[in-house]
Design a protein around this ligand. Structure first.
Ligand code: ATP
Length: 533
């Protein structure tokens, strides 16, 4: 059986083009695989066994149902010599970590069409520290076309069995996100990986605010396995809202007042390319483009809780988190300074809103989380029996009210704005900051950046809830047209600004927020599983 020359590392060949197998990231540090939990080899059926050169060694390679294992071939040694056993240490990768396979060819300048087969390249998803995923390659070198063909077809078959992985995606890209880098992020980091994985894409670059919403109302999504948005939180929230609205319309759910929404039909992938990437950060534990892309490619799915926002019996929108009071006012003010860079205008608005800090006089009623009810039942919209009489009410003057269905991890709050909630535990965190002095409130805000408990202040209360109604008791503090750049201005007269996933929502009266367990599937890994213990 012809084999590659010893020591002839393929990536080191000069003057050659390797077309079929483009170089992905750096080669896999094999020690990483070996240190993982090895799948039980003995019990597995062997699919193929053969010899390939891996790295600089000729290896005995075994492909079984769950893993690919290899061991350098060593000359016979006297038995019982532990030193040589160590040298023969087996390495492996699990098949579930492979996302593509290509034949590796060498083309010289003269060989434009038919090149020389060098072997097979496997594209692998590696788990790194801090929840990061990274793409890598493993070259299996063998010059025999027949040999490689058998292995190549076997790998293709294995990959085809991962039916949860998307084959075709609708991509929506906001070119205006953050510093307008979403297009570059997509073409440089996302598209090459999707191509290697053989995923078909249909890309729409949005042209105006609300474009994604109107497009997803009408466009044909048959044939797509998922939708992916490239942008920030406002954009991701718009796309999630659009997918959920579409699902209600398809199921003929009355959208004037959505009580028990149906789940979105397609999963959504979120590529972080905005000024705030709270959703992607909460989903993946890190706002990292390659990690987000690999979760999509690998078909990792997370069902995630979603809130509905309504007022006076009318549905407004879907969303993942909201802030009323300080958070809403700061966003409303930042929106007036769109000409500034995103970070600049938000910093400026926060400082200005702090300078004019004012409590909101309101009544907050909430339904505490009923942990005894089955989440699956709730997700299916089963009635809540007599639990409705458990509503509680608090009133007073509040500086900020946060209502969050997801942990809201972000760079300024590494533990999350709502560290006690999970992506899909069927509850929301209600965090209330009562009126206090400005220095005390600032101290509370600063705590978010540290690992200390940001809620350990006498004026802060936290609840785990299923529903919340925020009812401002007077409208006086609403719109104040006299105050040219005051923090209370809204664009629609006497209304109160809310910050819903970084988007401004202006509502004049009571807002009713309800959480709906696992309403949308998002591409992402389980953070709890991913954080090393
Ligand atoms: N082509 C476009 N032009 C202007 N706005 C757009 C366009 N496409 C989408 N949008 C809107 O831009 C808003 C903000 O986008 P996104 O969240 O991606 O960026 P961001 O930089 O994180 O935003 P923000 O500056 O609000 O934090 C979204 O609400 C979205 O509807």
């Amino acid at each position: 059986m012809p084999r590659g020359k010893r020591g002839g590392r393929v990536s080191a060949l000069e003057g050659c083009r390797e077309e079929e197998a483009p170089p992905a990231a750096d080669a896999v540090p094999s020690v990483l695989w070996a240190s993982g939990q090895q799948p039980e080899a003995a019990a597995e059926q062997i699919l193929l066994r053969g010899i390939f050169e891996i790295g600089r060694d000729s290896c005995d390679v075994v492909l079984s149902e769950r893993a690919l294992r290899w061991q350098p071939i060593q000359p016979e040694r006297p038995t019982g010599d532990s030193k040589y056993d160590f040298l023969r240490k087996e390495e492996f990768i699990e098949l579930k970590d492979i996302f593509s396979v290509k034949l590796k060819w060498r083309y010289s300048v003269k060989q434009q069409k038919s090149g020389t087969l060098l072997g097979i390249t496997l594209f692998i998803c590696l788990r790194k520290e801090q929840n990061k995923l990274k793409d890598s390659t493993l070259d299996l070198i063998n010059f025999s076309e027949d040999h490689c063909d058998i292995w190549f077809r076997q790998f293709k078959e294995i990959l085809a069995d991962f039916s949860n992985r998307p084959k075709s995606l609708k991509i929506l890209l906001n070119p205006q996100s953050h510093k307008k880098e979403a297009t570059q992020v997509y073409s440089e980091k996302v598209e090459p990986l999707l191509k290697i994985a053989g995923i078909k894409t249909d890309v729409t670059i949005t042209e105006y605010e609300g474009h994604a919403l109107s497009l997803l109302k009408e466009c044909e999504l048959q044939g797509f396995d998922g939708v992916v948005c490239v942008g920030g939180d406002g954009f991701a929230s718009e796309v999630a809202h659009a997918l959920l609205l579409r699902a209600q319309k398809n199921s003929r759910v009355e959208t004037d007042l959505i009580l028990t929404p149906v789940r979105a039909q397609l999963p959504l992938g979120v590529i972080p390319a905005g000024s705030t990437n709270v959703l992607a950060h909460s989903l993946h534990g890190i706002p990292h483009v390659v990690t987000a892309t690999l979760h999509i490619i690998m078909g990792h799915i997370q069902p995630v809780d979603v809130c509905t926002f309504s007022t006076t019996g009318k549905f407004i929108r879907f969303g993942f988190s909201a802030m009323f009071g300080f958070g809403g006012r700061a966003l409303a003010l930042a929106e007036k300074y769109r000409w500034m860079s995103p970070n600049q205008r938000m910093d400026f608005a926060i400082i200005k809103t702090l300078a004019k800090l004012k409590p909101e006089d309101c009544e907050i009623s909430f339904l505490p989380f009923n942990s005894s009810q089955d989440l699956e039942e709730r997700a299916e919209g089963s009635p809540k029996s007599d639990y409705n009489d458990k509503w509680q009410m608090i009133q007073g003057r509040f500086l900020n009210v946060s209502i969050m269905a997801i942990p809201c991890l972000c760079s300024v709050a590494p533990r999350g704005l709502a560290p006690n909630t999970r992506l899909n535990n069927g509850s929301m965190a209600l965090i209330i900051a009562r009126n206090t002095s400005r220095p005390e409130f600032i101290k509370h805000l600063k705590r978010y950046t540290s690992v200390k408990n940001q809620f350990n202040f006498p004026f802060v209360e936290t609840y785990t809830v299923e529903e919340v109604k925020v009812h401002p008791r007077s409208n006086i503090s609403g719109h104040n047209p006299e105050e040219e750049d005051g923090p209370y201005e809204t664009t629609s007269g006497n209304s109160f600004p809310w910050n819903v996933d970084g988007d401004l929502m202006e509502v004049a009266s009571e807002v009713h927020v309800r959480v709906h367990p696992r309403l949308i599937n998002l591409y992402g890994g389980r953070i709890e599983e991913m954080i090393p213990k």
